[in-house]
Design a binder for this molecule. Structure first.
Ligand SMILES: *[C@@H]1O[C@H](CO)[C@@H](O)[C@H](O)[C@H]1NC(C)=O
Ligand SMILES: *[C@@H]1O[C@H](CO)[C@@H](O)[C@H](O)[C@H]1NC(C)=O
Ligand SMILES: *[C@@H]1O[C@H](CO)[C@@H](O)[C@H](O)[C@H]1NC(C)=O
Length: 639
């Protein structure tokens, strides 16, 4: 059944024009208290940006705020080019320089960022990616072209699993005759073909918006043809699943042969609403509920235990001997995100009875639990399917941004179903009688409005508020819609940091009074701000027993005008503390002279310094270090 819910608000509530709707929201969250509880001194960064959420399930509520912290930590300020999202907090050898980006998780980064009231982060990042920032190192779904991996004979796209960000799949292990599988295993896959279908649909819609009807119909045709080939050839009637077909002969596999098992990637096409609403295809979802197949006790397995090389470990990190990333069974937040978004689509628009909202909540809770590591929030790369704990666990793994969560909460659990017209549609993925008895989300930006959705099982029921006015409500959970007036999204403010060092060794250059590690000196002007103790970020002064004078200076290629600064200092109540006092100084050619005010510094947050404009080639922050402590300058930004 499409929807068991009958209380459509549309027709009824439309009789009441927006302007005269009078039911005013009764309850608003104490966002200052919530921001302070979850973000401490860094709360002001979040206060006017994130949607605030409370839920009777406190684990889900906690992870919601943690994931905004992950999002914030991964915002790298590139200066003139604005902000991008990184995948690893700290640098890895395979990122795209000088941006420190990787495009495989960009879809998740934008999916999360679209729910921020401050649209700068998603907007800057999208511009960056379309403006030379995307090297197409991995497959993605950003209305981008991949025709270099199109087989014109079969009408399908192929990809090496490593370039799909999924090394050691069935195709790559089997192509190597079971010997390895890091590289190789080129295959026609459900991933790239559904991404390309989504890309074609996006191109169709973009062209329609700009009135290019020929382009629009061309892309619609491409999408239709691709889907037809995909459903005919990638659907395997024996396994009742979308599975890869090999694209290259090796000693052990042949071109066009189907792989010999099911993988979780076979459910990814629903993330884009691609498969037809047909019980034949929907049957694939039963494998996700089967503990012998894709359902591990700790989360969704990426392939099934019946596969000969399921969970065989091939690759280890050289220096530590720790297990490296593989996709032959481990649970990956990356693909859980795709499948949960697909599951919400399945529940929202498909006529099927295999997956229920209870299944959605169950999988969401398993995914939520994965975020806790030894009682602390820390999302990592991949997880054991049948026991708790992460697999890789390297220093680079902490707070890994390779998945989404808040997009699943907002568009799935709460069920704000984004649409292009001026209608707000809400369909919470919570079954009747669920122990999720209440939630409220507010300050959600939507078509230039601020939306709140509230559920109170024993109380006001389900309510949708737009700009503080209840526009639709029902006593039970289900789909609600309401018309909203056309409005423009608020303008984006862009303050440009002038102090970011993109290329190591180039201007602006950092130098310091002690602590001469060049990488750490770069950290303080690299545009990244986070305070997680597990992964030190910033420049550390050397420890000292006496009060010592320390400084961190930035030198520019030529005299530059500045109107303010932002300081971020780390402290941990142990060996790192805030300095006793400080001043910002410019070099006037012979001396360092104080400029600007000295507001009280905050630890693990931002201190904004403003003042009259100064033009100089060198600025520093000078301070007296607290006796017995070190100082960590996380970031020193100049505007
Ligand atoms: C489905 O895949 C399996 C495993 O590779 C294969 O044995 C079977 O022949 C395929 N079914 C069809 C109808 O092609
Ligand atoms: C589902 O799709 C398959 C393959 O295209 C087709 O054979 C079948 O008739 C469809 N089933 C329904 C119920 O439409
Ligand atoms: C950094 O400082 C340490 C300790 O003072 C010293 O041994 C080392 O040579 C210095 N390295 C550089 C690159 O200056």
């Amino acid at each position: 059944m499409k929807s068991q819910f009958l209380a459509y608000a549309t027709a009824a509530s439309l009789a009441v024009p927006f302007a005269v709707a009078t039911a005013i929201a009764k309850r608003s969250l104490d966002t200052t208290a919530l921001a302070s509880q979850y973000f401490g001194n860094h709360a002001p960064w979040y206060q006017d940006r994130i949607p605030f959420f409370t839920c009777s399930d406190k684990s889900i509520q906690g992870v919601h705020y943690y994931r905004w912290k992950v999002f914030r930590a991964h915002q790298r300020d590139l200066g003139e080019r604005g902000y991008v999202s990184t995948e690893f907090l700290d640098d890895v050898g395979w990122q795209l320089e000088p941006w420190a980006t990787l495009n495989d998780a960009t879809g998740f980064h934008i999916g999360e960022g679209r729910w921020l009231r401050d649209r700068r982060f998603a907007d800057d990042y999208i511009r960056h990616m379309y403006n030379g920032g995307n090297d197409r190192h991995f497959t993605d779904y950003m209305a981008d072209s991949w025709d270099d991996s199109f087989d014109t004979d079969k009408g399908l796209y192929w990809r090496e699993p490593l370039a799909d960000a999924t090394e050691y799949t069935i195709s790559s292990i089997d192509a190597s005759c079971g010997v390895d599988g890091f590289t190789g295993g080129y295959a026609f896959r459900p991933s790239i073909n559904s991404y390309m279908w989504a890309n074609a649909i996006a191109m169709n819609k973009i062209a329609a918006l700009t009135g290019e009807n020929g382009v629009a119909s061309d892309f619609q045709k491409r999408a239709d043809t691709l889907k037809e080939r995909f459903q005919a050839d990638i659907w395997n009637t024996t396994l009742e699943h979308f599975i890869d077909r090999h694209q290259r002969d090796t000693d052990c596999v042949k071109y066009w042969e189907p792989i010999r098992g099911r993988e979780l990637v076979g459910l990814v096409p629903w993330m884009f609403n691609m498969p037809d609403d047909n019980s034949t295809y929907s049957a694939a979802w039963k494998h996700l509920l089967d503990t012998d197949k894709l359902r591990g006790s700790n989360g969704m397995r990426t392939n099934e235990p019946s596969y000969e090389y399921y969970m065989r470990q091939y690759r280890y990190d050289q220096p530590t001997g720790l297990r490296e990333c593989q996709w032959n069974g481990p649970v990956w937040p990356y693909q859980i995100t795709q499948v949960l978004l697909g599951m919400a689509n399945l529940l929202d628009t498909y006529d099927q009875e295999i997956i229920t909202k209870a299944n959605f909540i169950d999988e969401l809770r398993r995914y939520t639990n994965i975020h806790y590591l030894n009682g602390e929030f820390n999302i990592q790369e991949d997880y054991e399917p049948d026991k708790t704990g992460p697999i890789v666990g390297l220093p680079r793994s902490h707070h890994y941004f390779h998945s989404g969560y808040n997009d699943i909460i907002i568009s799935g659990l709460v069920g704000i179903r984004p649409r292009a017209d001026n209608v707000i549609e809400v369909n919470p993925m919570i079954p009747e009688g669920s122990d999720i008895t209440s939630f409220r989300i507010q300050d959600v930006p939507y078509h230039g409005h601020s939306v709140a959705v509230q559920w109170e099982a024993s109380g006001s029921g389900l309510q949708v508020e737009v700009d503080g006015t209840v526009l639709a409500s029902a006593s039970q959970l289900g789909r609600l819609t309401a018309d909203i007036p056309a409005a423009s999204a608020p303008a984006i403010e862009r303050r440009i940091a002038k102090s970011i060092q993109l290329v190591r060794g180039d201007f602006p250059k950092g130098s310091a009074s002690s602590g001469n590690d060049t990488e750490r000196i770069h950290d303080a002007i690299d545009g990244g701000v986070w305070f997680f103790p597990e992964l030190p970020n910033g420049w550390d002064s050397d420890g000292t027993e006496t009060d010592s004078e320390q400084w961190y200076a930035i030198e520019f290629a030529s005299p530059t005008e500045f109107t303010g600064a932002e300081l971020a200092f780390f402290a941990n109540g142990d060996d790192f503390a805030l300095p006793k006092d400080y001043s910002i100084q410019q070099f006037d050619g012979s001396n360092w002279v104080d400029v600007w005010d000295r507001p009280q510094l905050v630890e693990n947050g931002l201190t904004a310094v403003e003042g009259d404009s100064v033009t100089t080639g060198k600025i520093r922050v000078a301070f007296t270090q607290l006796a017995g402590k070190k100082t960590r300058l996380v970031e020193f930004k100049l505007f």
